[in-house]
Design a protein around this ligand. Structure first.
Ligand SMILES: [Fe+2]
Length: 244
């Protein structure tokens, strides 16, 4: 896995800038509850969906706007997404692999069986992953996802620990009208609004950004045993994928 802070060359000005802002943001933005008297509610799981990339992109770092050393960034509303992976006592989880995958600005997935591959934004990485350190933080730079036919906007999220998938879910955007009618959103957490709320987050303007960048935070509360015991053969993460 190559993370943003290990990149040495430079289309990389973008990347260095991102790293700085991610680090600068982390101190102010992220606070871990610490040991809590009461257990936190686990982040509700959601369907993996059919479009986890069948071939991983050439670049799998946490900056989805730039593929390798290309100069042209992806099209879309630039969004800094991050949070803390923690257990139900609020203790940050180290060495968790957080993966995200999502559509590009036209609603197209990176997947050989997804519609519109010929029109896909080749500058959008579509998938990224991040290995948490001792503070449990994760960071991505991506785009705010649009809706696509049949679904309200969402980003797929998976967390793995010790090679086991411990959470598969999706994050949704607060205020999206289509959330209420989305077939997966309706059954999320058994339809309990409090559980739905745990994965429904605002995308808000990044302070001081003249380019209209957005910021979003989703903390992930995980149990340390796999949530999907029926899917063990697909649970080992990160999966071994062909690269292209
Ligand atoms: Fe999806």
């Amino acid at each position: 896995m190559r993370l943003i802070n290990s990149v040495a060359s430079c289309s990389t000005c973008h990347r260095r800038k991102f790293l700085r802002s991610a680090l600068a943001g982390s101190a102010a933005l992220f606070t871990v509850p610490g040991a809590l008297a009461e257990a936190l509610t686990r982040t509700p799981r959601d369907a993996e969906g059919p479009f986890y990339p069948d071939n991983l992109p050439l670049d799998t770092d946490n900056d989805l706007l730039i593929v390798n050393d290309k100069i042209t960034p992806a099209v879309g509303a630039v969004s800094y997404l991050g949070g803390v992976v923690m257990d139900t006592k609020g203790q940050p989880l180290r060495n968790a692999v957080v993966e995200i995958w999502q559509v590009d600005n036209q609603g197209i997935y990176l997947h050989s069986k997804a519609n519109g591959q010929d029109k896909r934004d080749r500058n959008f990485q579509s998938y990224g992953r991040f290995l948490t350190g001792s503070n449990g933080h994760y960071h991505f730079r991506t785009i705010k996802p649009p809706a696509y036919p049949g679904r309200t906007p969402h980003i797929h999220v998976a967390v793995s620990h010790r090679n086991k998938r411990i959470l598969t879910t999706q994050m949704y955007i607060e205020g999206e009208k289509q959330n209420a009618s989305d077939f997966l959103y309706k059954r999320l957490g058994g339809g309990d609004p409090k559980l739905q709320q745990l994965v429904t987050i605002p995308f808000t303007p990044l302070k001081g950004s003249k380019a209209g960048e957005l910021t979003a935070r989703l903390d992930l509360v995980v149990g340390l045993t796999p949530q999907d015991p029926g899917k063990t053969e697909r649970d080992g993460q990160p999966r071994r994928q062909k690269r292209r």
